[in-house]
Design a protein around this ligand. Structure first.
Ligand SMILES: *Cc1c(COP(=O)(O)O)cnc(C)c1O
Length: 327
């Protein structure tokens, strides 16, 4: 099996140092009190583009050969990966194209062009955008997908190195889980030096593709549904090469949350921790609040991003428990 190992993650850490923030961990008094164990929050939503994805994208772009740098990079994500890739490519002086469908709203398009990437607007779905990525790849551009790529996983894994360095006695790490690049990298880094530390993945019950794939024993497609944790939406790819097997082999447990539990996590982050986080980033806190993870020792929750529409965030803070509620 191909995998991403500790040396690859340590190399990524050296490569991205100075380009990506080494984020702090802050003790949560409220959650430590509630859970009876020390709880720390890893503040990845403080990255410059508002999410941890800058680590993987920066590592992938800085790993390109001179010849690949000239060909440029391409991806189909309009979310946190698209932003991160555009940012990393601009810093490195590498051409970047982000493909998206006509359905993507203007404000998201503007955010990507503001970061210096070129937009290709094609078709009416994410699949159509992916076809354009494949076409540009055949013409020579380098595709950098959001999770299923060794340099992306190694970049995200640098979070795990920092957790081990800052809290060598860590017992449990709570990680938001979608395509699995984040948790695969963190698990590889943490388990290499602390094999007994538990790694728990957390997804929304509405459309948990990795969980369904683990249950089936192979990657499966499931229906994508609207959720407060929108950055956790989407499939893992039926032709998944790396993250499915890494998650299956390295992750101890997967927990699913309903929308009201995710909303409670966002509210706790705001009122108790004074942090603005998006739904995907609130799931670690939410799982602790819901009593869905048991922890016997020092626990870290990774807060993965803060790119939430502020009007939606305000409605959740005011008490909305779902997207329908907030509409
Ligand atoms: C992408 C993303 C995740 C999930 O990462 P995967 O590598 O796809 O599992 C979690 N939180 C935020 C904010 C993200 O942007």
């Amino acid at each position: 099996m191909t995998t991403v190992d500790l040396p690859a993650i340590e190399e990524a850490a050296r490569r991205i140092a100075g380009h990506v923030r080494r984020t702090p961990m802050e003790r949560s008094a409220a959650l430590s009190e509630l859970c009876g164990v020390p709880v720390q929050l890893k503040l990845e939503h403080w990255q410059e583009t508002g999410a941890f994805k800058l680590r993987g994208a920066t590592n992938a772009v800085l790993s390109l050969s001179d010849e690949e740098r000239e060909r440029g990079v391409v991806a189909a994500s309009t979310g946190n990966h698209g932003r991160a890739l555009a940012h990393a490519a601009r810093i490195a002086g590498v051409p970047c194209v982000v493909c998206l469908s006509k359905l993507v709203p203007q404000n998201k398009r503007d955010a990507i062009t503001a970061l210096g990437a070129e937009l290709r607007v094609v078709g009416r779905s994410q699949d159509d955008a992916q076809i354009e990525v494949d076409r540009l790849s055949r013409e020579g551009m380098v595709p950098l997908p959001p999770f299923d790529h060794p340099a992306i996983i190694a970049g995200q894994g640098t979070i795990g190195l920092e957790i081990v360095e800052d809290l060598p006695e860590v017992d449990t790490v709570l990680v938001p889980l979608s395509g699995g690049g984040l948790i695969a990298g963190i698990a590889a880094a943490v388990k290499a030096s602390l094999p007994k530390t538990r790694i728990v993945g957390i997804s929304m019950a509405r459309g948990a593709a990795m969980q369904a794939s683990l249950a089936a024993g192979h990657p499966v497609e499931i229906e994508e549904l609207p959720t407060l944790a929108d950055s956790l939406g989407g499939g893992i790819g039926l032709d998944n090469r790396l993250t499915f097997e890494m998650v299956r082999d390295l992750v101890d447990e997967v927990v699913l949350l309903d929308e009201a539990e995710i909303a409670a996590g966002i509210r706790h982050a705001y009122f108790q921790e004074r942090e603005i986080v998006e739904g995907a980033a609130a799931v670690g806190i939410a799982a602790l609040l819901a009593g869905k993870v048991e922890s016997c020792g020092p626990t870290v929750a990774v807060l993965s991003g803060r790119n939430v529409a502020m009007d939606l965030h305000a409605r959740i803070v005011a008490g909305a428990d779902s997207l329908e509620d907030a509409a």
